[in-house]
Design a protein around this ligand. Sequence first.
Ligand SMILES: [Zn+2]
Length: 110
Amino acid sequence: MAEAKTCTDPRCPAHGSLKRRGAVLEGRVVSAKARKTAVVEIPFVRRVRKYERLEKRRSKIHAHIPECIAVREGDLVRIEECRRLSRTKAFVVVKKIEGTKLRALPPAWQ
Ligand SMILES: [Zn+2]
């Protein structure tokens, strides 16, 4: 990640003191309206045993955007769990993902 200026965000996993632990997820940014928060939609596949089929589901997670990462709606990002940062945030954006595919979904379902 190229930086134009120094990152002073204490909640930046790379330059601040924020520790990451727990889940690592990938998804698409569906809202970046709040100044330091992204709403990330996480698609995942769940097996429905009764019908022996796979079901595509999604969940929305609020994640902190560190100063040094520019995030826009539509971007694919990797987020990692951290301590609770606010009432709805316990994840931080770690990096943008290049390309258009998400690891969690089979190619036909992207
Ligand atoms: Zn930073």
